[in-house]
Ligand binder design. Structure first.
Ligand code: SF4
Length: 949
C-alpha cells in the first residue's frame, strides 16, 4: 500500500524574533528578524508597526543578503597605492582614530573651515550635524542638495511642510489622488499601502509623470508631461480654477496670507512687503471694523478683495495679486498645451475634476475644534483631493517654484490639513520662522554658534563675509543660491579642488558614493579627487570615508572607517530629525544590534563619539576630560538637545522617578534621560508612538488643541500658529535687495536673476535647456522600486531583478531611428557621450528617454565579478551631466542647479540619440573605466546556506 510521506507544513523557522527598523530604503518600516541558533534566518514585516503594518517589500526581505554581502568592509583601511587605485592595507582602530585625530585636531585649533564633513542618505543628521557644529566647521550638510531640497524648501516656505516625511494624504477619506514626478523607491510601503486603500474604496488616482512606471502604471489616468514643465501645467490648473471661481475663499481668508495687505508703492522701502502692525505682525483688511487689523484677532473678518489707500500708498491683498497674475492668458490651457505636451482639453478636464471633487463632493466630519483666533467650529469640512510629489518635479532648475506652485494649487482648493486632503506629520507643520537660521562663522578652537542649516528670512541671513565671499565651501546661502537649505554637496569636490572660495585640508564623507553615481560628471569627479598641485600633492590633501561596503568611493579615500550593517548597530529615527510619524501620531524608532559584527567594524556614529572625545569637542567630553558618551547608544539615551528633550521621545523619566517599567513616572516627549529607554523600545518592537487627540488631527497650524499637544510632547516650547504663505515675504526681501534697497546688496551680475527667480508668488520659467539646439530629447532616470539608490545593486537577490539597465525609448523615437530589439544607441549630450543598449517603451512622453538609476557599477567595486552585468550592460547617465551649464555667450558658466536653492538639476538633461549598426554593437557599455583593486576578497562563486535545525 502506498503511503504519503509525512510533510512538515509548518516547519519551525526561528527560535527567536528580534524587532528593529529596516534600512533597505528610507521608509523605515518595522521588521521582525527571525533568529535561529543565533543567526539571522529571515526577515518579515512587523504587523504592529505604524509605518508598514506588517507589509514588507522585496528590498526589506532582501536585507539578509545586504547583511551578509561579500562587499562588506572588514577592518579600517589605510591607502597604500595612488588615490583611486583601490590599494589599501588593513590597520587597527587605534591607528585609524589616531590618524584621524592627528589630521583634524590642528585644523580645529587653527582654522576649522579647512575640514569639511558631508553625509549621504544616513538617518542621523541631527547627530552628525551636532558633531560638526561642535567641531566648528561651517562645512556640513547631507545629500539633500542633490536630492530634493526644492521639495523641502518649496513646502516649508509656502506652508511649513512638504510631501513624504513632512506629510501624507488622508488615505481614509481622499477621493482623488494626484501624484507628480514620483519614483517608486522614495515612497515605498507607506504609499503602496495607501494606494491599496484608495483602490479598495474606488478612489481615483492620476499620475503626472513623463514615464508611466510604478505608481503611474497602476493609476487610473496618466498625463505624460514634458519634463520640466510641471509648474506651467499646475499654474494652468490654477488659472482654470480661478476663472471658474472654484477656490475655497473661506479657507483662504482664514488660514492663508491671501487677505494680507501688500505695499504697492514702488518707491517705498517696503514695496512688495506685507503691511505690519507695531509688533511686526501681518495686517489684513477687517470687514467687521472696516480697517486694517492683525490677522489673528479673535473677531477679525479677513477680506480678500479690499484695497486700502493710505498716506498716498495703495495696499492690495495678496489674493488680488494672485488673481491678477494667474488669470492672465499666459496660463490658459491653450497657451501652455504645446509646451507641457498635454492637450488643452485634458488640462481643462482635470481642473474641472479637481473642482468637482473638492467642492461638490466635500465631506464633513462631526468633530468640534477651536481655531487659533478662539473661534469654535462644530465640524471639520474636508476637500477630498490629495497630492504627492517627489524628485520628478523638483530636480529641475525651476523646481523650487514648481513645488511652490503645487502647494498654491492645494491651498486654493482648501486641500491642506482638511479631511480627505494632505495632512502634516509631527513635528511638522513648521513654517520658516520656526526653523533656525544658518550659521557659518567659524572660529579657531570653538564650536559654531548655531546649526549649519536653516531657513533664511532675508539677505541678512546669508552665509557670506562682509565682502560678499562665501563662508561655506559649497557656497550655500550665498546670492547665487540664497535658500540652499540642505547645502550643495554636489559642489564640494569641484569647489575644493578649484580652491574656490578657499582650499580645504580634509574632506570626510559618510555613505556618499561621490566617485560614482552620486556625482554629476562622474569621470571628471574622479579626476578631481586625484588631482595634484605643482608639488605633486593632492588638491584635496586628505579624504576620510566611512561606508559599510566596498563602493566606488572607497578607492578615492585615504582612510576608511568601516561601518556596520543596519542589523549590527544602534540608530535612532528621531523627532529631532526625520521621524516615522504619520498624520495621526508622533512616532520615533530605533535600531539595535540584532547580531554582533563578525568583522573589525564599528558603527560610524559611535566612532564619531570616540573621535569627538579625542578632539576634545564640547558635548563629547566631560568636565573631567572623559568621554561624554561610551558609544552612540549612550548618546541616544543621555543627550539632551533642550532640557527634557532628547533624541528619543518615548519612555523618558517623569518627575517622580526612574521611568522604568511603565510606571507613572514614565514621561513621553519631555522628560529626563532614562537609562533603560532603549530596553523599553526593544520591548515595544523598536518604536514609540503618541496619538494626536481627535480634535487636534486636522487644521494643525491653526488648531488650538494641536498647538497645545505639540507643546506637551516637546515638539515646540510655545504655541506658534501661523498662516500659509501663498505670498512669500522672504523671497520678496531678496528681490528688494536686487532692486537696490536695504543694507545687503547682491553683486551686479546676479541682480536680474534674483529679481526673476525669487518671485514671492509661484512662477514657471523654462529650465534653460530649451536652447540646447541639437539635443532635442529629454533624458531622465528613475530609481526602481526594487532598489534604493545604489545600495541594492550588490544584493544577490535584488540583482536578479535589475542586473542591467537599458535606455527606454518611446515609440515615436523608436520608429524614427529604426530601432529593433537588441539594438544599442549612442547617446550624446552637450557634455559627453555614452553607448548603451535600448528597449522600447510605449507608455512614455514622446520626446523623453530614460533608464533606471545607479544600476551601472565600476569593475572592481562592490565585490562583483569583473564581468558582472552591472559593469558590462549597466550604465549611468551621470557621464552626460555637467555641474555647469554649457557656455551661453555671456562670459559665465552658470551652475546646473536651481537658482533659489542650488538643488542639482539632474532632470534638465537633453540629449540626441543614434542607432549603432548591428555590426558595430560593442560588447560592453561605454564609458568603461579601469577595474579598481578590491579591498575585499572576491565573492564566492556559490553560497549555500542552511541554518542548523
Ligand atoms: S519600504 Fe523600505 S523600509 Fe520598508 S521594508 Fe521596504 S526597504 Fe524596508
Amino acid at each position: 500500500m502506498h503511503t504519503q510521506p509525512e510533510l512538515d507544513t509548518s516547519p519551525r523557522v526561528s527560535d527567536e524574533i528580534r524587532q528593529t527598523t529596516c534600512y533597505m530604503c528610507a521608509c523605515r518600516c518595522g521588521i521582525n528578524v527571525h533568529m535561529k541558533n543565533g543567526e539571522i534566518a529571515y526577515i518579515e514585516g512587523n504587523r504592529d508597526h505604524p509605518v508598514n503594518k506588517g507589509v514588507l517589500c522585496g528590498k526589506g526581505a532582501a536585507g539578509i543578503m545586504q547583511h551578509t554581502a561579500p562587499s562588506r568592509l572588514r577592518a579600517p583601511l589605510k591607502r597604500v597605492g595612488p588615490r583611486g587605485s583601490g590599494e589599501f592595507e588593513e590597520i587597527s582602530w587605534d591607528e585609524a582614530l589616531d590618524t584621524a585625530t592627528a589630521w583634524l585636531k590642528p585644523l580645529r585649533e587653527t582654522d576649522p573651515k579647512r575640514f569639511a564633513f558631508f553625509t549621504g542618505r544616513d538617518q542621523s543628521q541631527s547627530f552628525t550635524g551636532y558633531w560638526a557644529q561642535a567641531f566648528g566647521t561651517p562645512n556640513f550638510a547631507a545629500h539633500g542638495g542633490f536630492c530634493s531640497v526644492n521639495m523641502a524648501a518649496g513646502g516649508i516656505y509656502t506652508m511649513g511642510g512638504a510631501f513624504w516625511e513632512f506629510g501624507e494624504p488622508d488615505w481614509d477619506h481622499t477621493k482623488l489622488f494626484l501624484i507628480f514626478g514620483v519614483a517608486e523607491d522614495h515612497s515605498s510601503n507607506p504609499i503602496k499601502i495607501g494606494i491599496g486603500k484608495l483602490k479598495a474604496r474606488g478612489a481615483k488616482i492620476i499620475g503626472i509623470n513623463p514615464i508611466r512606471s510604478g505608481y503611474n502604471a497602476v493609476a487610473d489616468d496618466w498625463y505624460g508631461i514634458t519634463p520640466g514643465t510641471d509648474g506651467l501645467f499646475i499654474l494652468s490648473l490654477v488659472h482654470c480654477l480661478l476663472k471658474a471661481g472654484k477656490v475655497d475663499l473661506e479657507y483662504l481668508a482664514r488660514y492663508t496670507n491671501a487677505p494680507c495687505l501688500v505695499n504697492m508703492d514702488e518707491a517705498a522701502d517696503e514695496y512688495g512687503l506685507i503691511l505690519k502692525d507695531d509688533d511686526g505682525r501681518d495686517l489684513v483688511w477687517d470687514a467687521n471694523e472696516n480697517r486694517p487689523r492683525c490677522f489673528d484677532k479673535p473677531d477679525v473678518e479677513p477680506d480678500l478683495a479690499a484695497t486700502w489707500r493710505h498716506a498716498g500708498v495703495t495696499h492690495k491683498p495678496v489674493f488680488h495679486l494672485i488673481a491678477e497674475r494667474y488669470l492672465s492668458d499666459e496660463y490658459a490651457p491653450e497657451t501652455v498645451a504645446s509646451t507641457v505636451g498635454i492637450p488643452a482639453e485634458r488640462i481643462r478636464a482635470l481642473a474641472a475634476e479637481l473642482a468637482d471633487v473638492a467642492f461638490n463632493q466635500a465631506i464633513e466630519i462631526k468633530r468640534p475644534w477651536t481655531d487659533f483666533r478662539g473661534q469654535r467650529h462644530e465640524t471639520m469640512v474636508g476637500r477630498p483631493v490629495s497630492m504627492h510629489a517627489m524628485r520628478g518635479i523638483s530636480a529641475h532648475a525651476n523646481g523650487f517654484q514648481t513645488c511652490r506652485a503645487l502647494h498654491l494649487l492645494q491651498i486654493l482648493l482648501g486641500a491642506v490639513e482638511t479631511p480627505g486632503s494632505f495632512r502634516f506629520k509631527p513635528p511638522y507643520p513648521k513654517p520658516p520662522e520656526a526653523h533656525p537660521k544658518p550659521h557659518a562663522d567659524a572660529r579657531a578652537g570653538a564650536p559654531l554658534r548655531g546649526p549649519h542649516l536653516g531657513y533664511p528670512l532675508g539677505p541678512e541671513h546669508l552665509c557670506i563675509d562682509d565682502d560678499g565671499a562665501p563662508q561655506r565651501i559649497d557656497k550655500a546661502y550665498t546670492w547665487e543660491n540664497p535658500l540652499s537649505a540642505h547645502g550643495l554637496m554636489h559642489m564640494v569636490i569641484s569647489n575644493a579642488v578649484a580652491g574656490d572660495p578657499y582650499r580645504i585640508d580634509t574632506l570626510m564623507l559618510y555613505m556618499a558614493n561621490m566617485a560614482w553615481n552620486s556625482s554629476m560628471n562622474t569621470a571628471q569627479t574622479m579626476a578631481m579627487l586625484t588631482a595634484t598641485d605643482d608639488n605633486g600633492d593632492y588638491k584635496i590633501p586628505r579624504i576620510i570615508y566611512s561606508d559599510a561596503y566596498s563602493s566606488e568611493m572607497v578607492a578615492y579615500a585615504d582612510l576608511i572607517l568601516p561601518d556596520t550593517t543596519y542589523l549590527e548597530r544602534h540608530d535612532c529615527i528621531s523627532l529631532l530629525d526625520r521621524p516615522i510619524s504619520d498624520a495621526e501620531r508622533a512616532a520615533d524608532a530605533i535600531r539595535w544590534p540584532i547580531v554582533e559584527p563578525d568583522r573589525d567594524v564599528r558603527a560610524f556614529q559611535s566612532v564619531l563619539c570616540d573621535l569627538g572625545h579625542r578632539l576634545g569637542l564640547p558635548g563629547f567630553t566631560t568636565a573631567e576630560g572623559e568621554p561624554a558618551f561610551a558609544d552612540y547608544a549612550d548618546y541616544i539615551t543621555n543627550h539632551e538637545r533642550r532640557p527634557g528633550v532628547g533624541p528619543l521621545s518615548g519612555w523618558r523619566t517623569g518627575p517622580e522617578g526612574s521611568g522604568v517599567g511603565g510606571t507613572s513616572s514614565v514621561a513621553d516627549g519631555r522628560g529626563s534621560p532614562n537609562p533603560e529607554q532603549i530596553d523599553r523600545y526593544i520591548e515595544n518592537g523598536g518604536f514609540w508612538t503618541a496619538e494626536i487627540p481627535d480634535e487636534a488631527q486636522f487644521y494643525k497650524p491653526w488648531n488650538q488643541a494641536y498647538q497645545a499637544w505639540s507643546v506637551d510632547i516637546g515638539l515646540v516650547d510655545a504655541p506658534a500658529p501661523y498662516t500659509f504663505n501663498l505670498y512669500s515675504e522672504p523671497l520678496r526681501r531678496f528681490q528688494l535687495a536686487a532692486e537696490g534697497k536695504g543694507a545687503h546688496q547682491p553683486p551686479a551680475h546676479l541682480r536680474d536673476r534674483i529679481l526673476a527667480e525669487l518671485d514671492p508668488l509661484p512662477i514657471w520659467r523654462p529650465t534653460g535647456t530649451e536652447a540646447d539646439d541639437g539635443y532635442p530629447i529629454h533624458a531622465l532616470t528613475q530609481r526602481p522600486m526594487a532598489m534604493y539608490h545604489s545600495w541594492g545593486t550588490q544584493n544577490a537577490w535584488l540583482r536578479q531583478i535589475h542586473g542591467q539597465n537599458p535606455l527606454y525609448v518611446p515609440t515615436s523615437l523608436w520608429e524614427a531611428h529604426g530601432f529593433s530589439d537588441g539594438d544599442w544607441a549612442r547617446v550624446t549630450s552637450p557634455h559627453g557621450e555614452i553607448t548603451v543598449p535600448v528597449a522600447h517603451m510605449a507608455a512614455l512622453n514622446e520626446n523623453t528617454v530614460w533608464t533606471w538609476n545607479a544600476i551601472g557599477k565600476r569593475k572592481g567595486a562592490w565585490a562583483l565579478d569583473k564581468d558582472a552585468p552591472e559593469a558590462t550592460k549597466g550604465f549611468l547617465l551621470n557621464h552626460l551631466i555637467h555641474e555647469l551649464l554649457p557656455p551661453r555667450g555671456d562670459g559665465m558658466r552658470w551652475s546646473n542647479s536651481d537658482p533659489v536653492t542650488g538643488q542639482a538639476a539632474w532632470f534638465d538633461l537633453k540629449v540626441r540619440i543614434g542607432r549603432i549598426p548591428a555590426e558595430d554593437v560593442p560588447s560592453a557599455t561605454d564609458p568603461a573605466f579601469p577595474p579598481l583593486t578590491s579591498p575585499v576578497p572576491p565573492a564566492p562563486e556559490t553560497v549555500r546556506r542552511k541554518l542548523r535545525p
